[in-house]
Design a protein around this ligand. Sequence first.
Ligand code: TMP
Length: 212
Amino acid sequence: NKESSSSRGALIVLEGLDRCGKTSQSGRLYKYLDEQGHSVESWRFPDRNTGVGQMISSYLANKSQLDDHAIHLLFSANRWEKRSLMEEKLKSGTTLIVDRYSYSGVAFSSAKGLDIEWCKAPEIGLLAPDLVVYLDISPEKAAERGGYGDERYEQLEFQKKVAGSYLSLRDSSWKVIDATLSIEDVEKKLREVVLDCMITCHKGKPLSQLWP
Ligand code: TMP
């Protein structure tokens, strides 16, 4: 831990449609903060390394079928199984850059038609992010980027519904970055909002819980 133990790390969440560039941007952000000497880790959900994560992974690869409610609860359980470690890391001063979180959980499941309040319920009590960054791209543009794999949700019609769900979840605290800008420009804007947030957490902003 390269920072003083009295200040906590920030919980930074990146959200967006599939192919919005989240994963490359979290990697670049991680590298930058690490090189700057910050204590930082790069996380992602689903975390496919746990037992629950393996069930999710098999579902996403269409190797198993699950009721929409059941898979929703597995995604949530996958966050719950990491909650105490997350809190420990943040309290010890480590900033976490998290690729997808509860908002993905709610956006993707409600896009299937599940009730939004029902979708939010199992997330209650998870740690609330200090910053949510939404990498904004239209479903059509994202699809043009190619590389939609064979995973279950990587289809234009479904991504359009997810975009709608994200829109209803967004609030004024979210930072929205145009994901169609160049990689470097997105990176620059992302660094600005993240550094700002880290300072606020450093100064003693308390950790809070979902949903605020
Ligand atoms: P990934 O491509 O970022 O690994 O995410 C896998 C897929 O799972 C992606 O299409 C989004 C979806 N997802 C959910 O449906 N619910 C969740 O809670 C999370 C974290 C992801």
